[in-house]
Design a protein around this ligand. Structure first.
Ligand code: ZN
Ligand code: ZN
Length: 592
């Protein structure tokens, strides 16, 4: 019976298809595999399969869905006289779906059918390679494009700039970019974001300058790229200039650009401006709200973060897991234990968000800072596989509250998780030293020497007159370095008079450079600070420095004292947070 019914059903469908035109049947089938197969059969029966446009339509429809792409491949082999339109469509659609291998299959088939590829063929293939960072394949597509005479096609070149940028081959991206006879705005944007995404923010900013000077009008994609570069650099002057430019030219600030500006101002140390941008934004999504909460959080403005979080609950979208990381770490930075605890428990109960590793890290940080080491440890224990970040937070708390047994456990766990991270060896040896276990200190240092572990390279940047200057430890590459070192030595002498002593013995920080007193004295943030003070001797503006690693205790102490003798506010953004130094104290209350 079932068989009989099945047959009647198939018969009915065939009859229906037979009563409408093959084209209508195709449109009705959409990209459902079963229906497409029926239409295919119908085309063969009615003899319409020799109609190239119908067959092409059928193949393209089959290619549009992951479930029928195999079928599309079979169809493409059966098509009698395929053309470049067919292949370009198949390559474009399979690339868009993320099926790079299928796109390459269609490309090869196209070549075998002796159909010359077009610029369209190459842009689709290159985009597809860029999306999955298929570097080798992308490079050979590049050579094919050159062989086929598309080396100077601006669409192909633009996709190559973006491809090389995404594969972290920024030099190659720039080479293609420089060779472009006609640079479109898309090409400029691709190159700027290529720099920015690879952390070469100074280059991104320089290229933006070149773009504006060459008479190109940036669009919102450019602004997003360059403002995130400014955010990473801490280049407030330039970031503000970009914002002014947007306002002056009446460019629309959509939610993506608005959020990018909020991040830029917050990360450049000007939360008030971040708030201004936030307040005038019309449509705020969860990313924008979260950016504002996190902006307050990294500056230690816990109360403001909570206020924004509360009004988000009243007027905004529902918070997501990223929002909870932002608000919990805001509570941690501001030492707001009760608030943090109640938000943590409301996550699951009121918002249905299950706490993840990052949320537990925030709780360890929050509770650990308050000296509630056992409560903090509970958050480590609930995790099946505690991450390095959890142990790092635990270790920070142990260090502050001098619980060296727990500290050693945390440091040993860290090292077991990431045995190639040189920072953990230093941390462990420092905890051993603090616990008085000197024989173990020696052991750890010997392992490091044996493993030839490379040290992190620390650097700091400072912006003076819209130019960003980069300093590394003991750096003498700057033309004014003689004057600069003299200036710094003088500052160090002056703070020694008010009680500064090098804190080399108690350092518990990421290994940056050699820990001799000489090295500590010329850490990059001290050089950047001295440079900033030397260059802006006569004004009272805030000095802003960005450091790529955590600040060490020595620099922290030195900068606190410098802020009091020179009566200037100094803001340092390190890997973890902001430090606002004023009158000899820091906003982090010496916990970071
Ligand atoms: Zn330092
Ligand atoms: Zn601080």
């Amino acid at each position: 019976m079932a068989n009989f019914h099945g047959r009647t059903k198939a018969l009915t469908i065939t009859i229906i298809i037979a009563t409408i035109s093959p084209y209508q049947a195709l449109v009705r089938a959409g990209h459902r595999l079963k229906q497409l197969k029926q239409v295919h059969a119908h085309l063969i029966i009615s003899g319409a399969h020799r109609n190239l446009s119908l067959f092409t339509k059928l193949t393209i429809l089959a290619c549009s869905s992951p479930s029928s792409i195999k079928y599309a491949k079979k169809l493409s082999l059966a098509i009698p006289n395929p053309d470049s339109y067919l292949f370009n469509s198949l390559i474009r659609i399979s690339s868009k779906l993320g099926f790079l291998n299928d796109a390459v299959f269609f490309y090869k088939h196209m070549i075998l059918c002796l159909i010359p590829p077009t610029n369209y063929t190459f842009t689709s293939l290159i985009k597809s390679c860029a999306n999955v960072c298929a570097f080798k394949l992308g490079k050979s597509v590049h050579s094919h494009a050159v062989i086929n005479g598309f080396s100077l096609d601006s669409f192909v070149q633009t996709s190559l700039v973006s491809f090389y940028g995404k594969c972290s081959e920024v030099g190659s991206a720039r080479k293609v970019f420089d060779e472009m006879p006609n640079k479109s705005i898309v090409a400029w944007n691709a190159m700027i974001s290529g720099y920015e995404q690879n952390g070469l923010c100074k280059d991104a900013v320089d290229l933006f300058g070149l773009m504006v000077n060459s008479g190109f009008h940036p669009d919102s994609v450019t602004f997003v790229g360059v403002s995130s570069a400014c955010a990473q650099l801490g280049a407030l002057e330039l970031g503000s200039w970009v914002h002014d430019y947007i306002v002056k030219h009446g460019s629309e600030v959509d939610v993506v650009l608005g959020t990018s500006l909020i991040n830029m101002y917050a990360r450049c140390g000007n939360v008030r401006k971040a708030r201004e941008v936030f307040d005038v934004m019309k449509d705020k999504n969860v990313v924008a709200w979260t950016a504002m909460i996190s902006g307050y959080g990294i500056h230690g403005y816990g109360k403001e973060a909570i206020k924004i979080y509360n009004s988000m609950q009243n007027y905004g979208p529902s918070p997501n897991e990223v929002t909870f990381v932002a608000i919990l770490s805001a509570c941690a930075h501001a030492g707001m234990v009760n608030e943090g605890r109640s938000i943590f428990s409301s996550m699951r109960n009121d918002h249905g968000v299950v706490p993840g590793v990052e949320h537990h890290v925030c709780m360890v940080d929050l509770l650990g800072r308050a000296g509630l080491l056992n409560d903090a440890y509970e958050h480590v224990r609930v995790l099946k596989r505690p991450s390095p970040a959890v142990w790092t937070a635990m270790l920070g708390a142990c260090k502050m509250h001098k619980d060296f047994n727990l500290g050693i456990e945390a440091a040993e766990e860290l090292l077991a998780l990431e045995p190639e991270n040189p920072g953990h060896y230093v941390t462990l040896s420092n905890v051993y030293a603090l616990a008085g276990k000197m024989e173990r200190v020696e052991k750890v240092r010997n392992i490091m020497i044996k493993k030839k572990l490379k040290k992190h390279v620390g650097y700091s940047t400072i912006e003076v007159d819209q130019r960003t200057y980069l300093f590394s430890m003991g750096d003498k590459s700057h033309p004014e370095s003689i004057e600069l070192y003299g200036y710094l030595d003088d500052l160090m002498r002056r703070i020694s008079e008010v009680g500064y002593v090098s804190t080399r013995e108690s350092v518990l920080h990421e290994l940056e450079e050699e820990e001799t007193e000489y090295a500590l004295r010329y850490h990059s943030e001290k050089l950047a600070l001295a440079f900033g003070l030397m260059k802006c001797k006569n004004d009272a503006s805030v000095i802003r420095i960005v450091k790529n690693l955590r600040m060490c205790e020595d620099c922290h102490l030195a900068i606190k004292l410098i802020s009091s003798i020179i009566k200037r506010e100094i803001v340092v953004r390190d890997k973890l947070r902001f430090h606002h130094f004023r009158d000899g104290v820091c906003s982090c209350a010496d916990y970071w």
